[in-house]
Design a protein around this ligand. Structure first.
Ligand SMILES: NC(=O)c1ccc[n+]([C@@H]2O[C@H](COP(=O)([O-])OP(=O)(O)OC[C@H]3O[C@@H](n4cnc5c(N)ncnc54)[C@H](OP(=O)(O)O)[C@@H]3O)[C@@H](O)[C@H]2O)c1
Length: 262
């Protein structure tokens, strides 16, 4: 019961990593606020919680509607009277070359993955400072490296890493933890939901070979409990890629150029 009575708000809680983390937090005694666009899917997640005596609330929100961030934060605060942890997890990915991707689709991705996340974080920040709580962001290995088929996604995730690493420095004296979790390939619906994806791409996706969402959630909850800073969760290939990129960006480009990344 590491999170007993903590109030934890998770975006993108209807599927994949968000769903697995929501279930994990509920099992550990947290009062979870579940957000995403799809109310029915959130209710399905909530109905599958094992700790039914611990209250939880479904609060639908589309993070692309970032002008409404202040309004939804007020609603989230009304759920249980405070917020200890915001988990910025909502996001979509990309499986298309830049030349084939309409600008409106790249903009949509950046609005969901980056702008909406920043807006929500800024709106909830005074409350998190008050509680000496935590801001968690589920960014990606793609916040540190680059591959083909991910131009807008890499832009959004690099943006998240830069923003949250800077925010961590600003909040150091406030007792607030900023935890940046960078997943590698994890088996979720991310590929089928990605911009430019197809059923064929999803069927043969590298994600299918990755960690399960549940294994990811176990590691993520430990990192959040320990109030870690930057955390990588995934397979060895992606970890080596991150190291190589740091040591020699030119060598990394040569290495990644012809690798299968869809
Ligand atoms: N799986 C991986 O390999 C991997 C690797 C690196 C990073 N990540 C990151 O992990 C996060 C979760 O991805 P996942 O793998 O769990 O994918 P997923 O199964 O497709 O789940 C994505 C979640 O985001 C929500 N979402 C999408 N657009 C939204 C919007 N406009 N407003 C609010 N919620 C929205 C979806 O819910 P609704 O459709 O109900 O809105 C869903 O709950 C993403 O940020 C992703 O970039 C995943």
């Amino acid at each position: 019961m590491r999170f007993k009575d903590k109030i934890i708000w998770i975006t993108g809680a209807s599927s994949g990593l968000g769903e697995a983390m929501a279930k994990g937090f509920n099992a550990e005694g947290a009062k979870v606020i579940l957000s995403s666009r799809n109310r029915d899917a959130l209710i399905r997640v909530q109905e599958n919680f094992i700790n039914k005596q611990v209250p939880s609330i479904v609060l639908p929100f589309d993070v692309q509607q970032y002008n409404d961030a202040e309004v939804i934060v007020k609603e989230a605060l009304n759920c249980f009277g405070k917020i200890d942890v915001l988990i910025n997890n909502a996001g979509i990915s990309q499986r298309s070359l830049s030349i084939d991707t309409p600008f409106k689709d790249e903009l949509k991705l950046i609005e969901i993955d980056l702008i909406g996340t920043l807006a929500l974080t800024k709106a909830v920040l005074p409350e998190i400072i008050k509680q000496k709580g935590q801001i968690v962001v589920i960014s990606s290995v793609m916040g540190k490296v680059n591959t083909k088929y991910r131009t807008a996604y890499a832009a959004a995730k690099h943006g998240l890493v830069g923003y949250f690493e800077s925010l961590r420095l600003e909040l150091e004296g406030e007792g607030v933890n900023v935890c940046n979790i960078m997943p590698g390939f994890i088996a979720t619906n991310i590929t089928i939901n990605a911009i430019g994806s197809t059923a064929e791409i999803a069927k043969n996706s590298q994600n299918n070979l990755g960690l399960s969402a549940e294994a990811f959630a176990t590691k993520a909850l430990s990192a959040i409990y320990k109030r870690k800073g930057n955390v990588y969760i995934g397979g060895i290939k992606e970890k080596i890629g991150m190291l190589l990129k740091r040591l020699s960006p030119a060598l990394f480009d040569k290495f990644i150029k012809n690798k299968k990344v869809t």
